[in-house]
Design a protein around this ligand. Structure first.
Ligand code: ADP
Ligand code: MG
Length: 397
């Protein structure tokens, strides 16, 4: 079968009185069983409500954390199901079983417009193994299948890939379609100039994205801890800042390739330095002395980067500019978030921590698209084939 640009929309699926196995990304952050951020549940509400209104029996499945095929009590989806029932202001049935006769029976008993959540898929080893037997059993919980878990489409797991062997009627949900459309805009004919902003902890995490952006953007801004590996490659002293020694050569090569393409690369020129995150010797400096580490980009760098962002028509940002979780080192990330929010441009922010940062500053509604995918968004930008999209007969690029 050929892959289409657009999967069959959910609206065309006949769901009335039928069981819809709905794969969601309800992988919310938990602290001792308490949900600390319910954005992912909120984001799924329109999909769930739409299906209920159309008389579907909604059977929801998701993963949560990395329980590695075992029942881990504090990674149960039970609190998520509870929160969902609060948000829906209605009953939500919870099944401790993931597959098997009992849960299959329960699923058939769900009333029209009713909602059931099954336990964390990853409690079963068959999920991440994309096991055929587990996929077949899971498929027995639905008459039709809908995937709206963009955050999981880069995984070839049973609930995302294997299960589709058993459905002739399936669809991609609105969250997936929206993500694909927004990210595709960056890959296909973005308005120029196009600036890529990369930050975060490690160069090694972002090599694929960097390589991909190299062919697409007009300028590249590099901040965060990963900037120190690049500065070191340029021979700039970085003191004791986080450097991936085994990536310095690679960073130098990437900079050469940028120069060959006449692509402008902007690195921080000043830094907020300290000997440790909690030490009193914190100060702004152009130089990082031995014994000191850069924990954030300085105000001059923020101004420099802001100008580049202001003059761009497309912006993709992934990775915080500093240790933004600590207030004393959050100004750089905040400054860049504000610049991206204020830009008269198509702006996409992706990555788990970057999304958390933009929400922390209350600017989530000021960007064109806040990608919730984390790893999936980055792999999409890398131009990789995403198994979950392929299984839905949806093209990634
Ligand atoms: P994302 O999840 O958006 O892809 P990453 O996971 O790559 O982002 O990086 C985020 C992490 O990088 C944050 O926890 C942040 O504190 C850290 N970080 C960024 N810059 C620095 C720095 N200069 N020193 C220490 N940690 C940093
Ligand atoms: Mg991260």
């Amino acid at each position: 079968m050929t892959l289409a640009n657009v999967a069959r929309p959910l609206e065309e699926l006949n769901v009335e009185g039928r069981r819809v196995l709905l794969r969601l990304d309800l992988n919310v952050p938990l602290n001792q069983g308490v949900i600390t951020d319910d954005n992912r549940i909120e984001a799924a509400l329109p999909t769930i409500r739409g299906l209920r209104q159309r008389g579907a029996k909604v059977i929801i499945c998701s993963h949560l954390g990395r329980p590695k095929g075992q029942r881990v009590p504090n990674l149960s989806l039970d609190p998520v199901a509870f929160r969902l029932s609060e948000l829906l202001e209605d009953e939500v049935i919870f099944s401790h079983d993931i597959v098997g006769d009992d849960v299959e029976f329960l699923s058939r008993d769900v009333p029209k417009g009713g909602v059931m959540v099954i336990e964390n898929l990853r409690f079963h080893p068959g999920e991440t193994a994309n096991d055929a037997d587990f996929s077949a059993k899971l498929a027995r919980l639905g008459d039709v299948y809908v995937n709206d878990a963009f955050g999981a489409v880069h995984r070839a797991h049973a609930s995302v890939v294997g299960v589709l062997d058993h459905f002739s009627e399936f669809a991609a949900g609105p969250l997936i379609l929206h993500e694909v459309e927004a990210l595709r805009t960056l890959l296909k004919g973005p308005k120029r100039p196009f600036v890529g902003i990369l930050g975060g902890a490690k160069v090694s995490d972002k090599i694929g994205v960097l390589e991909s952006l190299l062919h697409r953007v007009d300028s590249l801004i590099i901040g965060g801890a990963m900037a120190y590996t690049f500065l070191k490659a340029q021979g700039v002293p970085v003191g004791d800042s986080l450097v991936e020694e085994d990536r310095v050569k690679l960073a130098a090569r990437l900079l050469e390739r940028c120069a060959e393409r006449s692509l402008k690369v902007f690195l921080p020129t000043d830094h907020v330095v300290a000997s440790a995150p909690d030490s009193a010797d914190r100060h702004v400096s152009h130089r990082i002395e031995a014994g000191q580490k850069g924990f954030d980009i300085g105000p001059e760098s923020v101004a420099l980067f802001r100008d580049v962002i202001n003059n761009s028509s497309t912006v993709f940002w992934n990775g915080p500019m500093g240790l933004f979780e600590v207030a004393a080192f959050s100004d750089g990330t905040k400054g860049i978030a504000e610049a991206v929010a204020a830009a008269d441009a198509y702006t996409v922010v992706g990555g788990g921590d970057s999304a958390a940062a933009i929400r922390k500053f209350g600017l989530q509604d000021k960007v064109s698209h806040l990608s919730t995918g984390g790893g999936a968004s980055l792999e999409f930008i890398e131009g990789k084939d995403l198994p979950g999209l392929k299984a839905l007969k949806l093209r990634s690029t």
